[in-house]
Ligand binder design. Sequence first.
Ligand code: NAI
Ligand code: MG
Length: 353
Amino acid sequence: ATHRIAVIPGDGIGKEVVPEGIRVLEAAGRRFGIDFAWESFDWSCERYAETGAMMPEDGLAQIRSHDAIFFGAVGFPNVPDHVSLWGLLIPMRRGFQQYVNLRPVRLMPGIPSPLAGRAPGEIDFWIVRENTEGEYSSIGGRMFEGTDDEVVVQESIFTRRGVDRILRYAFELARSRPKKHLTSATKSNGIAITMPFWDERVRAVADEYPDVRTDQYHIDILTAHFVQHPDWFDVVVGSNLFGDILSDLGPGVTGTIGIAPSANLNPERAFPSLFEPVHGSAPDIAGRGIANPIGQIWSGAMMLEHLGHADAAAAVMAAIEGVLTTGPRTRDAGGTANTIEVGTAIAEAVASA
Ligand code: NAI
Ligand code: MG
């Protein structure tokens, strides 16, 4: 069957790394007999500058029946970041009920890691971030703006349905792994209404998973454990804000932020899921052809997995690890190669393995 993929390169280096992701996915498709139909959309800050909108009004309707969305990055200095984020990425996450944001934290070969003395394999866990509610809300407002009496309020929203479904996803993932260990990020000492509710739901859902070992930490000490004991973790689940912070910290600790992938998943498959690198549009290096394409390519591997091609996904991961070990590498990874050279090397490794 042919997979219809909506391609949104976005801004900056998004436009440079997305073609390399497609190059590698095409190579995997040729080897494993998978056909892709790529349909490209120019939704971006550039479009905003021309039309006043990041995407057309019926944008979500245009891509809702695609099998997946392959996304680069959005954001550029000509548009405020909250405008680009709320004008494109957040409407897709919410409109398509992509309530799981899934990111791996994995020590990779060939990456100069800040964690001296650790070997690949010692650190290998998943962060499951709630992606549609929580602290990222548009409910609130400003009073007495501009005066000394100014008051600013922004509400957090936690629904039982929203919390339970992300917890169930995380417990299912933990159950599928050898360690069967789930860690919940909380802050129920300071955030005294929503976070005790979160903890309560963790306990309730944990009862359905007696085979999974469950623990929890307040977010402050959890960040310290990420740095000092990253080998403790297997699956870590957190609210929208806590998950967002942890999912940059994890790749930061393993030195992999430039190569880290993510998936925004609608597990029920009622809507397309979205696959994108963790990094942004990197305006500081955009247009020079030197961005590392591995975050995009690894996101492509996650997309293959989601589309039911575990063998092709594994081949792409093996090719990434091979090229990380032997080169070529882009500058951020200590080499001199350009984006296309790295993408081509990984595509060739996929084809010839
Ligand atoms: P960024 O990830 O774009 O860049 C941070 C630093 O990492 C920069 O020095 C950049 O050159 C470097 N870097 C990032 N990706 C790289 C790659 N593939 N190869 C080599 N070096 C790489 O984050 P920043 O600077 O905070 O944000 C820039 C813009 O991107 C902003 O407009 C922001 O809102 C947007 N952004 C968008 C995201 C998305 O589309 N999901 C995620 C994060 C930021
Ligand atoms: Mg983030």
